[in-house]
Design a protein. Structure first.
Length: 157
């Protein structure tokens, strides 16, 4: 992976045939449990502008606009942020890992069992610990070739 290096990014754009950059579109929408999505896309817009990519942000609604366009395969050319966040772990697991979402990625019996357990827990500390365990199962399965440290088992530290 590359670090933040605008000069290298400009060089790569030039090598790719975009010496003057290009225009792109991105959806800007709130997402339950992940209030950082809007500022993340705004930050991406600023960083891309620094290398010549003009990102037009379009306000959208996840349920009314984004999901239907994804489902209909009419989202070509759009960027959108969906960062990993323990705050949105239920929504992310349901979307990506439980077969209920468009960008379905990964599932196991262990993951299903942990998901079912999570839905039954009312105590916040236990929810947080199980959520972190779920994410660690995903991280270990999806990142076997990289040195990825497990998330902390306690959110208080």
């Amino acid at each position: 992976m590359y670090g933040y290096d605008p000069q290298a990014a400009k060089r790569l754009l030039t090598e790719a045939g975009y010496p003057k950059g290009f225009k792109a579109k991105a959806w800007l929408f709130p997402f339950a449990g992940a209030p950082e999505l809007i500022p993340v896309m705004e930050a991406i817009q600023v960083q891309l502008r620094e290398i010549g990519v003009e990102l037009a942000l379009e306000e959208a609604d996840w349920s009314a606009t984004v999901r239907p366009k994804l489902r209909e395969r009419k989202a070509s050319g759009y960027l959108w942020a969906l960062p990993p966040s323990k705050k949105a772990v239920e929504a992310q697991l349901q979307t990506f890992n439980m077969g209920k979402g468009l960008p379905h990625i990964f599932e196991t019996d262990e993951l299903y069992k942990m998901w079912e357990d999570l839905l039954q827990i009312a105590e916040e500390a236990r929810q947080n610990n199980l959520s972190i365990s779920l994410l660690n199962v995903l991280r270990s399965a999806l990142c076997r070739t990289q040195q990825v440290k497990p998330l902390q088992q306690s959110l208080s530290s």
